[in-house]
Ligand binder design. Sequence first.
Ligand SMILES: [Fe+2]
Length: 459
Amino acid sequence: MRRQKAVRVSSSKKAFPGNAQQAPFGRAVQGANPAAQANAALSQGRVEDALAILERARLSDALEPEVWRLRAIALFRSKRYQECVEAFDEACERHPGHLPTLISFGNAAMVMGRADRALDIFGHALRVAPGDLEAIYGRGQSELALGKPSEAATRFQSLVTRAPQEPRYWVGLGRALDHCGRLAEAVEAFEGAIAAGEKDKAAAECCIASLLIRLERPAEALARLDKLLAEAPANRQALSLKVIALGRSGATAEARALMGIDDLAADKALPVPPGYADIQSFNAALVKAAKSHTTFANPRPEMPMTHARKTGNLQPNDAPVFDALRAALVGVLQDHIADMRKTGHPYMAGMPAQWRFSIWANVLDRQGEIGAHIHPGAWFSGAYYADMPEGASDPVAKPGWFELGRPRDDLAGPDWQISRFFEARKGHLVLFPSYLYHRTVPFEGTGQRVSFGFDIVPL
Ligand SMILES: [Fe+2]
């Protein structure tokens, strides 16, 4: 019998950015050995054991589709993405009509940042099993990621009609309607997710609060956020939105105090790290190392960056100069944390007992900018400036400066008043609570703006 054409995605490692630690892989299929053994190993986190079982099965030319699907999943969990894609391709070649393989492949492609390929794969799954709920969901997710919210909304609407008990379908509908500008309907969809028992109720509440702010209903948003913060005082997404709801309600002083924009944010000079003659030679070494780092590339499309390139997270031992920067920054941060404790600001109550330090490089060319965003996964953040374009000290145009406190335009509205500008000075760092919106001011001068963003991430 002639085989159907397999669904292929590119196996270039560079083509798969993104955090790929935990992917939803669709339904688990219980079967006889070795698939059952491998499934058990995977569920216990014993990825290498699973791979060994599956490799033996593969070499014995096992025909069971689950062997091939689980092998691809195990490779994904090992972050061996190129091999993972090849394994899924092989699985599809051997078992082109195996729906669980197609669902897992589509989900993996989504997590790898390949929504275009995921769309093809879920389309193939729907030809195999028209009306399959997970395939429709995957197709909707990929359409949403590809900027087709109207199509996605139609799919999610059909899902909530058929399976209203599934919160994920309501969340998908809410996100799609939000992107369509149908904000009031999006509120209803997130309410539907909560009613269906959405596990991450706080995230759904934050989505509703964000929508209410944009619907010019900040008082309602504030009431919901206060209720949420009473249960979870350290929820940074809720704090970020509460600041905005206060600002949009005219409670400027209260918003400013909650932000900590005056007493938690700071501009500090970096001490010259040991082994470097001066900060200039240190900065030159940083810039050179950043631009030659193996991960230095264009940002992912969903990032709010233009005319920009960036590295991924810099790892210990990537380069001695990065290690020197990390050590110097941690030293400054520890001094700053000691100062912040003296302020009595309520944000300090949420300081993590244990944290890890995350750092990456951003390079902006002329007209480059980083749009308003927050770092919701972090507790405290900062940016160190290693290079700036000519004329960057102009206090009127503020080229390449750092603005703290102004939310995204749709949340800020036309009359937002609370913000603080920092000149992005070479050899200096700006420190700020991670839940505050921040952005860079675009610049026109010659030269590049090279900064190193960093986060304190709770463990
Ligand atoms: Fe940032």
